[in-house]
Design a binder for this molecule. Structure first.
Ligand code: GAP
Length: 436
């Protein structure tokens, strides 16, 4: 099964989806760059999330807050203290460092690198430090955000006031987060720089349980709706002793990766931890008054916290398929997520009349704004099909000799490999229907 991940890593690099960061300098652990097809693909994942949150759901507002914030934000949130640490064990001999909980899970008590003795576990803070301004001392210390969430809390009042928002309402955002992970790994599963897609739903305390259930189910439906196999997804409630410092209740949506079942998204009932703490630390009162009882309360927060890179990895793994002889790789991505929506070929590259006609169709489709369209006239037609299958292009269009006579082309479906003839004038409607 791990082999499958290796194949995906190789495919992602070979076909311009994901490259190791700073590769020509030997790489940098936990950092990856998205290539041309990867940018399209990950943007489609993010766009699918934005459409779900800000178009389909009701009363959710979008935010784009900054990566750098006042250092007190991270003190109020609990991230500078024990809450945002992982247990670390270091080898006394080679000084390799490991997550103590991961070693314990595998029953390992000696250094996996050199067999040396390991130090006792200690807490290691995951925030990435930086300094702002010309003087590099304690007063200029701040952090790259460890989660996008906090930018939403510090803007709670701004959004509520400017948008005349009434509880219950939500605020969501997509953005980079940084964590000094002790052991990044499994490709883009655990990175040190990554993107989150987080949404905070502000509710009255008595409504928190109801919305927790609502959001859990809505988020599961999102993955299913984008084609992830049902049997590969499950909920996992957090045990009391693994709840994050802010959480009253939490469930992970897990996916069965080639390296086992692991979290792809967390749904958390954060109680009143966040707004009460930010009120206390900032001096700005973020409480509300219940219009019926007249009582003051801090809104409870139900959070849906997904990783854009982790979701993208799930879509890649879930879509990856090989035929019986391991010769034909097909990335069966949902058409909405595929980097190219279609590819256009001339049947033969040495027949100018076919090339010109195919070029016309290609430029027409590009103008029609269906999304990115690929052009390929290399090698033979079979190779071009396989090349597009491997990157998940759902439909390939070929201009052949009949095209020159009746203005029809063949459209081949990636998953069934069936072909049908369609009139060039009808292509726009044909694809719009398919992409609905
Ligand atoms: N605001 C809550 C929060 O950040 P989390 O469980 O620490 O909760 C939420 O992270 C999601 O962010 C995870 O489910 C995962 O998808 C993504 N994520 C977290 N750490 C990550 C990492 N090191 N690399 C890639 N994605 C990560």
């Amino acid at each position: 099964m791990e082999n499958k991940l290796e194949k995906i890593v190789a495919l992602a690099k070979r076909r311009g989806f994901i490259f190791p960061g700073s590769e020509i300098y030997g790489g940098i652990s936990g950092i990856y760059d998205y290539g041309p097809l990867g940018v399209e693909f990950k943007n489609n994942v993010k766009q699918a999330w934005r459409k779900e949150m800000f178009r389909r759901q009701d009363n959710i507002f979008e935010l784009d807050s900054s990566i750098l914030m006042q250092r007190q934000v991270w003190e109020a949130s609990g991230h500078t203290s024990a809450g945002f640490t992982d247990p670390l064990r270091e080898c006394k001999k080679c000084h390799h460092r490991y997550r103590a909980d991961h070693l314990a899970e595998e029953g390992i008590d000696k250094c996996p690198n050199c067999g040396g003795e390991l130090m006792e576990a200690r807490k290691f803070n995951l925030l990435v430090e930086t300094h702002l301004g010309p003087v590099k001392d304690d007063s200029s210390l701040t952090y790259l955000r460890g989660e996008t969430t906090q930018g939403i809390y510090v803007n709670y009042k701004n959004i509520k006031t400017s948008m005349s928002a009434e509880i219950p309402f939500g605020v969501g955002q997509i953005g980079k987060a940084f964590r000094n992970e002790i052991t990044p790994g499994h490709f883009t599963y655990r990175m040190r720089e990554f993107e989150q897609m987080e949404q905070q739903y502000f509710v009255k305390p008595a409504q928190a349980e109801k919305y927790f259930e609502y959001w859990k189910n809505e988020r599961m439906k999102w993955y299913l709706g984008l084609g992830v196999k049902k049997e590969k997804l499950r909920f996992r409630p957090h045990a009391k002793d693994e709840l994050a410092h802010y959480a009253k209740g939490a469930e992970d949506i897990e996916y069965e990766f080639p390296f086992g079942w692991h979290e792809i998204e967390g749904v958390h009932n954060r109680g009143d931890w966040d707004l009460s703490r930010h009120s206390k630390f900032s001096g700005e009162d973020l409480s509300e008054v219940d219009e019926k009882t007249g009582e003051r309360f801090y809104p409870y927060i139900v959070e849906t916290s997904a990783g854009a890179d982790r979701a993208a990895l799930v879509f890649l793994i879930d879509a990856y398929s090989e035929d019986k002889n391991n010769e034909r790789i097909v990335l069966k991505l949902h058409p909405k997520l595929a980097s190219y929506k279609a590819a256009v070929f001339p049947l033969l590259r040495n027949k100018p009349e076919l090339v010109n006609k195919a070029r016309e169709v290609y430029l027409m489709l590009k103008k029609q704004n269906l999304g990115p369209v690929a052009w390929d006239d290399r090698g033979n037609i079979g190779k071009r099909y396989y090349s597009q299958d491997e990157i998940g292009t759902p439909w390939t269009i070929t201009c052949d000799f009949q095209t020159l006579e009746d203005d029809t082309i063949t459209v081949r479906d990636r998953d069934t490999t069936k072909q049908e003839r369609v009139k060039i004038q009808e292509l726009k409607n044909y694809f719009e229907d398919k992409l609905k």
